[in-house]
Unconditional design. Structure first.
Length: 157
């Protein structure tokens, strides 16, 4: 017949029975915090970079569409850029684009005092334009959108 002592599991002694110590858990927690503290700023920078590239592509697309509209309708199309509110508006096309809050716009070819005033680029029926350079920037990066006056070609650099 079985007795109560025979049905018991053998008692484990030694380190394998204790589990993790508080020190071990704290070391793992500190390693995890270190990894997260490195990863979060990298992610934040990449979000800003993506927003800048997206803003440059969309701004260039609005300028190209305005040029194509001017050619198609045999008339002039004006794009107004307002750096105070970070917006671009195709006046003849009623197209609007507002830059993300982290992205600013400036005009490298203008005087410093004129940087806050609205700027206009005019596209003509023959494809030419008034030309200009727009600089989109975040805290650490920038991209330029160049509009050639002779051909009206829009490119992002």
């Amino acid at each position: 017949m079985f007795t109560a002592t025979k049905n018991r599991l053998p008692r484990q002694t030694g380190r394998e029975a204790r589990g993790f110590t508080l020190i071990e858990l704290l070391v793992v927690l500190m390693i995890a915090i270190s990894i997260v503290s490195i990863a979060v700023p990298q992610f934040s920078r990449s979000v800003g970079r993506v927003q800048l590239h997206q803003a440059a592509r969309e701004s260039a697309a609005l300028l190209r569409l305005s040029r194509n509209t001017a050619i198609a309708h045999a008339g002039s199309v004006t794009v107004s850029i307002d750096p105070r509110i970070g917006s671009m508006r195709g006046i003849s096309t009623d197209l609007d684009y507002v830059l993300p809050s982290r992205v600013g716009v400036s005009f490298p070819t203008r005087e410093f005092g004129d940087q806050e005033e609205p700027y206009a680029i005019v596209f003509n029926a023959d494809g030419t334009s008034s030309g200009g350079i727009l600089q989109l920037s975040t805290e650490k990066q920038s991209q330029q959108i160049m509009v050639d006056w002779l051909t009206g070609r829009v490119r992002v650099e």
